[in-house]
Write a protein that binds this ligand. Structure first.
Ligand code: IPE
Ligand code: IPE
Ligand code: MG
Length: 235
């Protein structure tokens, strides 16, 4: 990939297919999550090398709690391991932001998340967003509730509510909207990811299972994106 071309892009990734990748190999689903976590780290590094402005990984949805407890435990263990390794795979100028509702997460993870966010908050390089216990609907309801509270407390008037004030209450406040959203594994749906932010994102689907996803696949996805004609309602 010609590095200059990907510079400044904002990208969303729905990392899907971990379970099927494992099943195909006769392994437990959790083996797919483990390999998937490694790919997440490598694609983060690669996005940095390409000069991407912001990248958002969908790691765990508000709907994923319906999975068996054994799988949830392993997913959360792996999330903890990624948090502990985070300074090893991010760049020194990366800002890390976690999207999603934290209360149901482990206290130990919530502490690390707050610490990482706080320590990286002033950095000006690529923004790494990690969506954990994230749902687009939940995020929109949360923003609406925050606006309602501010109106109730007299800090905001209802007439001031517009797209900008709304957007400022989302987890991604101040960030560029995703240029494209990629979903791996052959499924072609959004599954509650970045519902507001993705209003004009190009959607790219690939059949590759996430644990098999490589830098070369990422290059191919970028090529697909550059071939799209974005019109934003114009001509
Ligand atoms: C994505 O892979 C990871 C999470 C949703 C946590 P899946 O676990 O959904 O894998 P498949 O879709 O069952 O293959
Ligand atoms: C979406 O994948 C959530 C994440 C990748 C974290 P799922 O596998 O949970 O989505 P569905 O159930 O196929 O829609
Ligand atoms: Mg899936």
């Amino acid at each position: 990939m010609d590095k200059k071309r990907a510079e400044g892009l904002s990208i969303g990734i729905i990392m899907d297919g971990n379970g099927r990748w494992a099943k195909k190999r006769g392994l437990p689903r959790t083996a797919g999550h483990k390999k998937g976590a490694e790919v997440f780290e490598d694609i983060t590094r690669y996005a940095n090398e390409l000069g991407v402005a912001a990248i958002t990984f969908y790691a765990f949805s508000t709907e994923n709690w319906s999975r068996p407890k054994e799988e949830l435990d392993v997913i959360m263990d792996l999330f903890g391991a990624s948090l502990r390794r985070m300074y090893k795979f991010i760049k020194e100028n990366n800002r890390v932001v976690f999207l999603g509702e934290r209360a149901p997460l482990r206290a130990e993870h919530r502490e690390m998340m707050a610490d990482i966010e706080q320590k990286t908050a002033r950095r000006e390089g690529m923004i790494l967003n990690v969506a954990v216990n994230y749902g687009g609907r939940q995020e929109i309801v949360r923003a609406a509730r925050r606006l309602a509270d501010e109106v109730k407390e007299g800090r905001l008037s209802a007439d001031e509510i517009d797209e900008d004030t709304f957007e400022a209450r989302l987890y991604t406040t101040g960030q560029p909207m995703p240029d494209f959203i990629l979903r791996t594994s052959g499924e072609e749906r959004v599954s509650n990811f970045l519902l507001w932010q993705g209003a004009y994102s190009e959607l790219i689907f690939t059949d590759t299972y996430w644990p098999d996803f490589t830098r070369a696949h990422f290059d191919a996805v970028l090529e697909q994106f550059f071939g799209r004609d974005r019109r934003f309602g114009g001509l």
